[in-house]
Design a protein around this ligand. Structure first.
Ligand code: NAD
Length: 477
């Protein structure tokens, strides 16, 4: 029987972008066996050689950067200007990971009295990586580079929506000389991910995706606490705008638009809830809606370039439209509605929905260009609203002064806190992750080194020496 086919499609046109077979259980098994066979040899390669190979990988990604950016744009619908920055992040990851590896998992040696104390780190073995579609190159790469650097082999299952991007990235690794088996790919959807996650041949799983999937994986891993599990999940991120001077309102509006609608709202750190002061919000809304009305929504290769593309597929668009319709049925008012621009493609307009009067607001991540507006009477209520979520990924404040920001910073339950910056402009040389339903306290990016290796503490002496000084009977004369 022939294997089912996986086809990725361009959200802007509906055209097929990439085709290949869906991995069966045997393929998953084969990939893991191959990675297991390759791992000891890869670990034995000197660090300087592993780094040299990664430098070659960087250069190849640089050379093939236009093709990689185009592939990401075609599979996700993200504008080309944006996917070019994603390619830069892929290239930049090598240096950041190397610094982090040395700083956080480097070797330490200390001479004690007659012995040596050493701290070194070992790779786990074979790590599975599950990737999301929204940064199909940068996010899997953010697990792959530190994993390989630490001496692990990797089996990647990319998002079923972006298989071509993953295949292209693997080509770059192979071209750079990565040994056979050190990076395997299995293509397919949730079933393939589940099979990989449950395979006894992996030593851990590094996941980036939705909370629903992440929590299912945590349940799947409940009986294997010896395996490392890193979960990077979504958020229902608050953005408070408070005490903004009139002259700064245009800038505040720009920060809100960037926070909410960049990547058509398909960034885990995008602002989902805009919290403003009741009675003082009208001027801000005037600036904000004027800017929203100017946003160009278009296809990735359009000229002039759009601010945002479509969402990833019609299913995602339908779900968002349903979520907004449900809020409106509960009394939400559309300041700017969520509308489908073309009937059969997932181009959506950026939406601003006032949900202040909605009694029950589901604490769900709306992964698209939808910003919920909530009016509150005072800053304590704003903080309460900001933290009224099971998630804790990003939280932002626009406006205020240092004491107000200090109050916000210490009160906000989130792993990424911003002040007068977009919520989604994370620093690549900092840890990245959240609390609550957003993660399991294994932040990624700069701290990815931590979950790619385990510490081995050694006490060492070159000669055999041993003496017991207490609790022994004296020698008989
Ligand atoms: P998703 O959870 O649907 O899928 C992620 C990956 O898991 C895919 O490869 C998918 O095939 C696989 N998968 C799905 N069900 C599975 C199962 N039961 N077992 C094993 N694997 C399974 O996520 P998505 O829609 O691709 O990505 C968007 C989500 O990712 C959003 O929630 C976003 O917030 C989140 N995200 C988080 C971060 C972060 O760093 N915290 C970054 C980017 C995206």
């Amino acid at each position: 029987m022939s294997q089912p086919e996986l086809v990725s499609t361009d959200p802007s046109t509906g055209e097929a972008v990439w085709r290949g077979p869906v991995a069966g259980l045997e393929d998953v098994n084969r990939a893991i066996v191959s990675a297991r066979a390759a791992q000891p040899g890869w670990e034995a390669v000197r660090l300087s050689e592993r780094v040299e190979l990664m430098r070659r990988y960087q250069n190849i990604v640089r050379d093939r950067g236009d093709a990689l950016a185009a592939m990401i744009s075609r599979e996700t619908g993200k504008p080309l200007w944006e996917t070019k920055t994603e390619v830069q992040s892929v290239i930049g990851k090598v240096d950041i990971s190397l610094t982090a590896y040395q700083e956080r998992t480097g070797n330490r040696k200390k001479d004690g009295e007659g012995f040596t104390q050493q701290l070194r780190h070992r790779p786990h073995g074979v790590l599975a990586v599950l990737g999301p579609y929204n940064f199909p190159a940068h996010l899997p790469n953010g697990h792959i580079v530190p994993s390989l650097l630490a001496g692990n082999a990797v089996v990647l299952k990319p998002s079923e929506l972006t298989p071509g991007t993953a295949a292209l990235m693997r080509e770059c690794w192979i071209q750079a000389g990565l040994p056979e088996g050190a990076l395997e790919i299995v293509q397919g959807g949730g079933d393939v991910g589940r099979a990989l996650a449950g395979h006894e041949g992996i030593d851990g799983l590094l996941f980036t995706g939705s909370a629903t999937t992440g929590h299912a994986l945590a349940r799947q891993f409940a009986e294997t606490p010896h395996k490392i599990l890193a979960l990077e999940m979504g958020g229902n991120n608050p953005l408070i705008v408070w005490d903004v001077r009139e002259a700064d309102l245009p800038a505040a509006a720009a920060l809100i638009v960037q926070s909410a609608y960049l990547s058509a709202g398909q960034r885990c750190t995008c602002a989902r809830r805009l919290i403003v002061e009741e009675g003082k919000h009208e001027a801000l809304l005037e600036h904000l809606t004027a800017l929203i009305d100017k946003i160009i929504v278009g296809a990735p290769f359009d000229e002039p370039q759009p601010f945002m593309g479509p969402v990833v597929d019609n299913r995602a668009a339908d779900r968002l439209l349903d979520q907004v319709a449900a809020l409106r049925a509960e009394g939400a008012v559309a300041v700017r509605p969520l509308t489908r621009i073309t009937p059969d493609r997932p181009f959506l307009t950026p939406a601003l929905i006032d949900v202040t009067e909605v009694m029950y607001r589901p604490d769900e991540e709306m992964f698209g260009p939808v910003l919920q507006l909530i009016r509150v009477p005072d800053f304590s209520a704003a903080m309460m609203e900001a933290n009224a979520t099971r998630f804790g990924l990003s939280a932002g404040l626009i406006g205020g002064d240092q004491p107000l920001y200090d109050r916000f910073w210490s009160g906000a339950r989130a792993g990424i806190v911003t002040w007068n910056r977009p919520t989604n402009g994370a620093a690549s040389n900092a840890p990245f992750g959240g609390v609550g339903a957003s993660g399991n306290h294994r932040p990624s990016a700069y701290y990815a080194a931590d979950y790619c290796a385990f510490p081995v503490a050694s006490l060492e002496e070159t000669r055999v020496r041993g003496v017991i000084t207490t609790g022994l009977r004296a020698d008989e004369e």
